[in-house]
Design a protein around this ligand. Structure first.
Ligand code: G6P
Length: 454
């Protein structure tokens, strides 16, 4: 049975020497082996009109087709920068202060989702086909695919939180969007709480019949299941154990020169809680003069969605807070906050994970948060401070869990982490490691596809 994956982004990129290679990322790594084995297509947006619509991959001995849905600048602005990033993203993350309900975004989102559906229909020619859509960019495409092809199997994985019904219904198009999703046979989310929210949305907003985790609506049945995503555990373990990473981690410790290293690693996104985290670290320094000179906080922020003004604004605010903290606390031979705004390779990130004593992973809201899993896998004896407002928190009770809005609590947890005795560190980290091993990303993909087949 061949597979058609439909996601906002295509899974390949052009390397410096011009060759096409798989892009880095959990979804790509999980799904390329399946596509290689089964054949099929991966459909994503085409931002660059110079690139072909259909591209067999790999070029010399193709296993599957990469298909681009070419988008004009207006389409990109309405569908991606508008509806996806200014409407669905903030609402799903409970950050409605960033929500911009512009009807023209929805209009473009509709027409772009229709173009995705047409591309799918064009690729799919066998009735035993499985189609797997990804994320909030593609809520409406399932409905149009279903109308044309009642026989295909349609799955959708939602990678961000499915918010509480009362928050989801803030969307002026909540019902239409839900109807799009309910054309699927299976909807996957990370944790049971999001399943419950989805079911409640369907029940209240559409009057759908709910039977266990199955939604009956308009003559169609949709199962809703939790499939928590993982990382490539084996590869991260190998990377973290490599000589290159060990050396880099040692160099980093030496360069910072402090007894303790606390890290934060995120896409620069307002959902990640970088500002609150910096303010909590500032509070920690205010409350604990004895730690001055002994702790370095290293925050890596990867540039993201830089054309959206809220992201530009956030960057300015982070720059300012970092400057303020260092201005107040730095002294000869000690800079409390080391801040880097750029993209790092996975090897470099592994060195940070390995070098750290404490990871501060404190999103204001996050569907899962895979950085957590990367830290747990790569680190050897550190402590994880984790926001309770993440999907990961439901799975990782051995982390120190905090409310990221509670500045004093977060500041206190930094001290607790630094002073945790080695036995407790080891016990907690081992428990976390064994959970993360069970969440392997290949297993996630197989689990979802098996459930879709069932
Ligand atoms: C989140 C979303 C993904 C998205 C990623 C990066 O993890 O769930 O669908 O690809 O952020 O965001 P971007 O807008 O750059 O694709």
């Amino acid at each position: 049975m061949s597979l058609t994956v439909v996601a906002n982004r295509v899974p390949i990129r052009q390397s410096d020497d011009g060759d096409w290679v798989p892009s880095v990322g959990g979804l790509t790594t999980a799904l390329l082996p399946v596509l290689r084995q089964r054949g099929g297509a991966w459909i994503g947006m085409g931002e660059d009109p110079a690139l072909p619509e259909r591209q067999p991959f790999p070029a010399d001995d193709p296993d599957f087709t990469v298909r681009r849905v070419p988008l004009s600048q207006d389409e990109l602005d309405g569908y991606y920068y508008g509806m996806a990033n200014r409407v669905l993203w903030p609402v799903s993350h409970y950050m409605i202060q960033h929500f911009e309900p512009n009807p023209s975004f929805m209009e473009t989102y509709r027409s772009v989702n229709r173009r995705f559906a047409e591309a799918v229909l064009d690729e799919v020619d066998r009735s035993d086909e499985q189609i797997w859509l990804q994320d909030y960019h593609l809520m409406l495409a399932p409905k149009w695919i279903r109308e044309a092809r009642p026989d295909v199997t349609l799955g959708h994985f939602w990678h961000i939180p499915w918010p509480a019904m009362e928050v989801f219904r803030i969307l002026p198009w909540a019902r239409e969007l839900l109807r799009g999703m309910l054309a699927c046979d299976l909807v996957g989310v990370h944790v049971q709480e999001y399943v419950d929210n989805f079911l409640e949305s369907a029940r209240v907003l559409l009057g759908a019949d709910i039977d266990g985790q199955t939604v009956h609506y308009n003559g169609h049945t949709t199962r809703v299941e939790a499939h928590p995503i993982g990382i490539e555990v084996d590869r991260f373990k190998q990377m973290a154990d490599s000589d290159e990473v060990r050396t880099k981690a040692k160099q980093l410790r030496k360069r910072l020169g402090t007894e303790h290293i606390v890290i934060g690693i995120d896409r620069l996104d307002y959902t990640k809680g970088v500002l609150s985290r910096l303010e909590a670290f500032e509070r920690f320094l205010e409350n604990n003069p004895a730690y001055h000179g002994t702790v370095s906080f290293y925050q890596i922020a990867t540039p993201s969605r830089t054309k959206v003004d809220t992201y530009q604004q956030l960057k300015r605010e982070v720059d300012e807070v970092v400057g303020r903290i260092n201005g107040q606390f730095a002294r000869d031979n000690w800079v409390p906050v080391n801040y880097r705004y750029r993209t790092y390779t996975q090897f470099e990130l592994c060195a940070f994970y390995r070098a750290a004593d404490v990871a501060l992973i404190t999103p204001l809201r996050d569907g899962m948060n895979v950085v957590t899993q990367e830290f747990i896998t790569a680190n050897q004896n550190g402590v994880l401070i984790l926001s309770e407002l993440t999907g990961a928190a439901y799975l990782l009770p051995e982390a120190i869990q905090v409310n990221p809005y509670d500045r004093d609590g977060l500041a206190a947890s930094i001290r607790t982490a630094l002073e945790m005795n080695p036995d407790e560190r080891t016990t907690r980290l081992n428990a976390l490691k064994s959970t993360v091993e069970g969440l392997d990303v290949q297993r996630w993909a197989r689990g979802f596809l098996d459930a879709l087949h069932a």
